[in-house]
Design a protein around this ligand. Sequence first.
Ligand SMILES: C[S@@+](CC[C@H](N)C(=O)[O-])C[C@H]1O[C@@H](n2cnc3c(N)ncnc32)[C@H](O)[C@@H]1O
Length: 227
Amino acid sequence: MKLADVQQNYDRLARSYDFWNRWVAEPLTGIEALRAQTVERLELQEGDSVLDIGCGTGLNLPYLVEAVGESGRVVALDYSEGMLAKARERVRQSGWSNVELVQGDAAVLADVGGPFDGVMSTWALGIVDDLPGALERAVEVLGPGGRLAILDLHRTRAERGLRRCVDPVLHLVLRLSGVDSKEDLDDARLRERWQEGKTFLRQTLTNVGEEPNVGASGFLFWGRGHT
Ligand SMILES: C[S@@+](CC[C@H](N)C(=O)[O-])C[C@H]1O[C@@H](n2cnc3c(N)ncnc32)[C@H](O)[C@@H]1O
């Protein structure tokens, strides 16, 4: 999704995002368990530093803050000011003093600091316009032996079953709500983007692993930076 659309669409979505996450995405896909699994793959220790790319309203923050403890550092980046405002509110209400929120493009990752012990992203990188650039930057800000975990979708259409009938309706809702642009929902394009992206990650990281989820439409990918 182009940056201008990210800003416009997600600023508008920010108000209802947590509602949809809790009452639609969670019952349909068990989204919270997947967030927890992604953070577990980072193997974070007390005092570690971690970066969440495309953090949205900050729904991963409770898991990350708990994993690194009060002595750790959590940095969360998003392009949408509206989504970040919600994340800021979550940080304030929770009284976390070790969370920094940064506005910026995932393909640039300016002002995030680093290197990090862990870098993660959930359902965000797949819509980043410059996915190859974002993956390169994600690896660059990893410290020696640091761990990367990505939870995302690599298919937008099911190959068989009931989902084949549901998908066109779902796509319409995702388009109209602004969650995805037309090109984000292009199944062949998304598959190709992630095929290339994962090839790059496999060549660049060690101890790489991958697990399917959300039928076979989603994946959790993890790996470790070189020491
Ligand atoms: C579907 S939401 C996921 C939010 C959050 N990670 C979660 O799991 O709930 C996608 C997020 O990616 C952000 N995003 C999209 N493109 C971006 C970019 N180029 N740079 C930074 N953030 C981006 C959007 O603003 C939005 O908050």
